[in-house]
Design a protein around this ligand. Structure first.
Ligand code: UD1
Length: 322
């Protein structure tokens, strides 16, 4: 029976992968240090999988977590471009040393395959849309450099050691469980919560920057398909995971306003250091290699996301009983 390890299992995407594997009746082990992952993301799940609290920077703990595992979904990381700009060393150790520890642990334990959470930020600001995997990566800020280094390591371990590694370049994944409360939170989570609270979000720059926003269920499905695909189609390769549509921040703000009932215009601030301007993916490679198709549209994803944050707010502040 296949045994799965999910690093970052208490995080936004990791917890969805963990939950989906459990629902499929799979045997799952999860690894998280709760630095950015949250216990509440695992509520209702902890009795159904083996959880190890540990840090990716601890090579011994990672090696133990890899024992007896067939397939790893390596989602654990310290995300965020601005976090990496402010404190590159901390994100470097989590993202590069952490990924190296996963590869070494996997090699020692005889793990068959690793699906790695790579980042579309690797493309940087080079000309040419949509982004296609054959483009030369041009990462700008430390975080994309770190994620890109992980990709190179993944490919190396396939070529040198025959460990089947697959890199999925995520394009702005959003959805329920994305933490809205950190200064480094993704824009969708932040804006949804602020609007629901009646607080005014700030758009960095003129709002005409675009992103290929992708609902989390699409990313989960890409991971599971990549895990099940024949090695000759996926091993040592990189794939975009996106919807193949670009949405500006201004337009996204407008749709979120309608969904939340928020009526005020945004505040505009200076552009954020290290940001890319635009992002739009070609998803043909993933489609052809493992049958990936976006399952949930941008609009439907936004609707589900806003619904979830609404419920979260009610859970956090139960109505006073009369
Ligand atoms: C995001 C991910 C990153 C991933 C990358 C590529 C997060 C936190 N980051 O980076 O892990 O590798 O996509 O998929 O999920 N913005 C505002 N106001 C705010 C916050 C953000 O205007 O309050 C703007 C930013 O300046 C940027 C855009 O929104 O132009 C998106 O920012 P963000 O959600 O942080 O994502 P990325 O930096 O694109």
């Amino acid at each position: 029976m296949t045994k799965y390890l999910v690093t970052g299992c208490a995080g936004f995407i990791g917890s969805w992968i963990t939950q989906t594997l459990i629902q499929r009746g799979e045997t799952v082990r999860g690894f998280d240090n709760f630095e950015t992952g949250r216990k509440q993301n695992l509520s209702g799940l902890l009795d159904h999988f083996e959880f190890i609290q540990g840090d990716l920077r601890n090579a011994g703990a990672v090696a133990r977590a890899c024992e007896g595992i067939d397939i790893i979904f390596h989602q654990g990381a310290l995300p965020s471009v601005p976090r990496s700009v402010k404190d590159p060393r901390t994100s470097h150790t989590a993202n590069i040393d952490g990924t190296f520890n996963v590869l070494e642990g996997a090699r020692a334990a005889g793990v068959r395959r690793i699906i790695y959470a790579a980042s579309s930020s690797a493309y940087g600001n080079q000309p040419g849309f949509p982004r296609i995997e054959t483009m030369v990566p041009m990462p700008i800020a430390p975080y994309p450099v770190q994620k890109m280094a992980g990709e190179l390591y993944m490919r190396s371990y396939w070529q040198i050691y025959g460990l089947e590694t697959v890199c999925l370049r995520y394009f702005n994944i959003f959805g329920p469980r994305q933490d809205p409360n950190s200064p480094y939170s993704g824009v969708m989570a932040k804006f949804a919560l602020l609007m629901l609270r009646g607080e005014r979000p700030t758009i960095f720059g003129d709002g005409e920057q675009g992103r290929d926003f992708t609902y989390v269920e699409n990313a989960v499905s890409a991971n599971l398909l990549a895990a099940a695909a024949p090695a000759e189609k996926v091993a040592g390769r990189v794939f975009n995971v996106a919807c193949g549509q670009r949405h500006t921040l201004n337009k996204t703000y407008q749709i979120l306003s309608e969904l939340t009932g928020y009526t005020h215009p945004p505040i505009y601030g200076p552009p954020r250091t290290g940001d890319i301007q635009d992002s739009l993916a070609d998803i043909t490679a993933a489609r052809e290699a493992f049958g990936y198709e976006p399952l949930v549209s941008f609009e439907e994803g936004l609707r589900r996301t806003v619904e979830w944050y609404k419920q979260e707010m009610h859970r956090a502040q139960p109505p006073a009983s009369s």
